[in-house]
Design a protein around this ligand. Structure first.
Ligand code: CP
Length: 340
């Protein structure tokens, strides 16, 4: 069974095939590759881009998408093995995943961390439970990684830069008033290294390092691809000569569950905003962000709206890469080398 839970389970060639087919679908969007097929889109958290692009993409390929929001129109769900279900949850994933597999050809899940205990959240238990019990492929719509965003990001970068190998790529932490998910930062680190870029992760200090799993994968990917992966706490040095600047805010893992203690550290680092002065240090770098992004907090209007900004292209590409991915997973266009 092919699932799409993390790009780390997929070969570089298989991911490139998804992106290449997405480029064809961008040029010729209405193709019946999902005719007669259905996908369940399960959202435990809000969305604008993900929900719209999956629904529209499924329709453009002749399929049907069913949106389910557990706790809001669908039963609250339990996940624990052996759990005594005497709380709010009316349904267990063991039944939900198998029943949905009888109705649908694909199941996609968005399930953010609970932000209380990283040792629990890092297990990615919700989507792993769906993958365990479903009998159809499961797609990650953002949990503790965001692999669909990764594909859209790579596609947008390749459209502007061509071959990404050796390109100087900066993943920069930015301020946000609340501690956010590390998913996109994890994803940025693993996909940029997988495609051979020279990656610098810029953050305030060692407390903002990502989980060792993703730091490790980034280093392994860099070794395999001929790229590199480094950490910097020096803003000007990191930006110098960069060809890509990718911005994201995330909460410091040592403060999971005690966020009030992180707030003064976070508030002292508002100067990590991506602005014109920092971008002037780069090699005419492209800028992007997964969106949504708070303007003039994470990046200035001037950066967000500059000709070098990929934010809208990357968001558009969510539609194309997800169509390509869904077609691949139902066997309508199957890349070789995907995980089984
Ligand atoms: N980038 C992204 O996943 O956007 P949404 O949260 O709006 O789906």
């Amino acid at each position: 069974m092919n699932h799409f839970i993390t790009t780390q389970d997929w070969s570089l060639d298989a991911l490139q095939e998804i992106v290449d087919h997405a480029r064809e679908l961008k040029d010729d969007p209405i193709q019946p590759l999902l005719a007669g097929k259905t996908i369940a889109l399960i959202f435990f958290n809000p969305s604008l881009r993900t929900r719209t692009s999956f629904e529209v993409g499924t329709w453009q390929m002749g399929g049907h998408a069913v949106v389910l929001e557990p706790g809001k129109g669908a039963w609250e769900m339990a996940f624990g093995d052996g759990e005594v279900m005497d709380g709010a949850a009316e349904e267990h994933v063991r039944e939900a995943a198998r029943v949905l597999s009888r109705y649908c050809d694909l199941i996609a899940v968005r399930a953010f961390p609970k932000f209380e205990d990283w040792q629990v959240d890092r297990q990615d238990a919700t989507i792993r439970a769906f993958a365990k019990h479903a009998t159809v492929p499961v797609i990650n719509m953002e949990t503790i990684t965001h692999p669909c965003q990764e594909l859209a990001h790579v596609m947008a970068l390749q459209e502007r830069l061509g071959d990404l190998r050796g390109k100087k790529y900066v993943l920069t932490w930015t301020y946000h008033p609340r501690p956010l998910n590390t998913a996109v930062a994890n994803s940025s680190a693993i996909i940029a290294t997988k495609f051979g870029m020279d990656v610098t992760m810029l953050c305030p200090d060692e407390r903002y390092l990502l989980d060792e799993r993703y730091m490790g994968w980034a280093s392994e990917n860099a070794a395999a691809s001929g790229g590199s992966f480094n950490v910097s706490y020096d803003i000007d040095a990191a930006y110098a000569g960069a060809e890509v600047v990718y911005a994201k805010s995330w909460g410091a893992l040592p403060f999971f569950g005690s966020w009030d203690d992180e707030k003064p550290i976070r508030d002292a680092n508002k100067h990590f905003i991506v602005d014109e002065r920092k971008m002037a240090l780069t090699n005419d770098a492209l800028f992007s962000h997964c969106l949504p992004a708070r303007r003039n907090v994470k990046a200035t209007d001037g950066v967000m709206d500059s000709p070098n900004s990929l934010i809208i292209e990357e968001a558009e590409n969510r539609l194309h890469v997800q169509k390509s991915l869904m077609a691949s997973l139902v066997g309508a266009s199957a890349p070789t080398g995907a995980a089984t």
